[in-house]
Write a new protein. Structure first.
Length: 176
């Protein structure tokens, strides 16, 4: 099996960084939900909060790395313009726009990836900040904890939809 440099970067962007963010969401969500458990001790809450602070900052950094590699490394290859008569299958954006059956993959899917996906690291950073700022108070203040869970879930949703579109778009018009 042989991968081109572009394919390696697409794997780093989506399969490694993107999926790491999406998979770690479940652990972070479980920690946030269980933080309010009435069976938790003060020592247990402090330990969970330390783990949550570390985890949310790592997730925020991974989210930033995902959108930065996608925007500045993978996306320029996607939008490269072919010369006249070139094989459009080597130019993903042009290939998608050349067929009526795939044009919406670019118009809606890539628009989501280009713009809405940036909300994931912004919101993940806000979550990490709030977890750091409120710390053990998150266990007692259910309203703030719920706000953090909502922000966390919106970040996950933005990243998940972007990842889904990325997988489908790469299937329809791979970056070679």
């Amino acid at each position: 099996m042989e991968l081109t440099t572009r394919e390696i970067w697409a794997v780093i962007h989506g399969m490694m960084l993107g999926s790491l963010f999406l998979l770690s969401y479940a652990g972070g969500l479980a920690e946030l939900i269980n933080l309010g458990s009435e069976w938790a001790t003060e020592a247990g809450i402090a330990k969970r909060v330390r783990r949550l602070i570390t985890g949310t900052w790592v997730m925020a950094i991974v989210a930033w790395l995902t959108v930065i590699t996608g925007t500045y490394i993978v996306y320029p290859w996607y939008r490269a313009k072919p010369l006249a008569g070139a094989d459009l299958s080597l130019f993903p954006r042009s290939f998608l726009l050349s067929k009526p059956t795939t044009v919406e993959w670019h118009h809606f899917g890539m628009e989501w990836k280009e713009h809405v996906a940036w909300l994931a690291p912004i919101l993940a950073t806000a979550v990490a900040y709030m977890v750091t700022r409120y710390g053990v108070r998150l266990a007692k203040d259910e309203q703030v904890r719920r706000a953090v869970i909502v922000l966390f879930s919106v970040a996950f949703f933005c990243a998940a939809v972007a990842g889904l579109f990325g997988a489908f778009i790469n299937k329809a018009a791979p970056v070679h």
